[in-house]
Design a protein around this ligand. Structure first.
Ligand code: AKG
Ligand code: FE2
Length: 347
């Protein structure tokens, strides 16, 4: 049924789903899957409880993040992203862009820890996204701590992805081929400085966007600021103890032919004197895969609107092209230093 602005306005938060119910009785499992489908269809996002990620790993992740951001600028800039053709490393506040405007946050991008591919003139451009991370010499604990967290978040997100397939009437392994062996993993440690530390005319922590992969988990440390766009306006998604926020990404929008739409979301700059830490985990598909359009059952197919057509943000079934699009746009300094040939080709 079409949602009216009035009913959406009554909504104060996105639903909470308990992943333990997926492994409960038949009835619990069915209720979980129905709730999952409804939440992604309606909001593109939800809270997930019962996810089983070790709270100590999460606490350690935030502790490491805090220590990293407290390092002297010279230590952080030693691993600045502009040194990495693979878009890994540190980005200073104001250097990332969303829809052309500066995002007032600093962050470290830590992707799948794999060697660079050989490349060469005929290699597909997405191969440039694979390669080693940059690790700070001044904080050697970061590497094991964040890679352990990345592994735990990958495991739960893959489990959730199988549930998403079931929720739209597929076999649970329907999307396995596009994530087998080498899914795209990205952990982003993020710090949003308070309003006093950003230019006065901006409250853009990160501007409105869709995530380019399959599913994103957002861990928020104490402070809110994340908002999801709904027909009735922006909905706050503050932290809730024991939960993570899950966003559907562009590849799920493509796989369901728009039955699901990726969540448009943003983060608002915290008040003066307050900082906000978050850790986002992005699960994408294999960069060499093509996202299939799943054969939805007729009742769902009838409600699939097709993927959104936004000239400013075309969506690509070729996973590598979709991932590269987002990276080149968000990090123009990396793009012009390492990938000027691609910019010239798409200009
Ligand atoms: O920091 C957050 O809460 C969300 C970050 C986000 O949406 C992103 O980095 O894509
Ligand atoms: Fe995002």
């Amino acid at each position: 049924m079409a949602r009216t602005a009035a009913s959406a306005a009554a909504e104060t938060t996105v639903p909470i789903l308990d992943l333990r119910r997926l492994h409960g009785s038949g009835e619990e499992r069915a209720a979980f899957l129905a709730g999952l489908r409804a939440a992604i269809r309606r909001f593109g996002a939800f809270y997930l409880s019962g996810h089983g990620v070790d709270p100590d790993l999460v606490a350690q992740g935030f502790a490491l993040s805090r220590r990293f951001f407290a390092l002297p600028d010279a230590e952080k800039l030693a691993i600045e992203m502009v040194h990495s053709p693979h878009f890994r490393g540190y980005t200073r506040p104001g250097w990332e862009r969303t829809r052309g405007l500066a995002d007032w946050r600093e962050q470290v991008d830590i992707g799948s820890e794999r060697p660079a591919l050989p490349g060469g003139p005929d290699a597909p451009a997405w191969q440039r996204l694979e390669g080693p991370n940059q690790w700070p010499a001044a904080l050697p604990e970061l590497r094991p701590g964040i890679l352990a967290l990345q592994a735990a978040l990958t495991e739960v997100t893959l489990r959730l992805l199988r549930a998403v397939s079931l929720a739209v009437g597929q076999r649970e392994d329907a999307l396995d081929p596009i994530v087998a062996e080498r899914p795209t993993q990205l952990v982003k440690l993020i710090r949003y400085p308070g309003h006093d530390a950003v230019p006065e005319d901006s409250s853009q922590g990160v501007g409105p966007h869709k995530d380019s992969g399959l599913l994103t988990l957002v861990l928020q440390h104490e402070r809110g600021g994340l908002q999801i766009e709904t027909p009735a306006g922006w909905l706050d998604v503050p932290p809730r103890p024991g939960t993570v926020v899950v966003n559907a990404g562009e590849l799920l929008e493509l796989a369901t032919d728009g039955y699901f739409r990726a969540a448009v979301h943003r983060v608002v700059t915290p008040p003066a004197g307050v900082e906000r830490l978050s850790i986002a985990f992005f699960l994408g598909a294999r960069l060499d895969a093509r996202v299939p359009v799943l054969p939805l059952p007729p009742d769902l197919k009838a409600e699939a609107r097709g993927p959104e057509r936004d000239p400013l943000n075309p969506l690509f079934h070729d996973v590598g092209a979709n991932a590269l699009k987002g990276r080149l746009r968000s990090h123009p300094d990396v793009a012009s230093r390492h990938h000027a040939d691609l910019l010239a080709a798409t200009a």
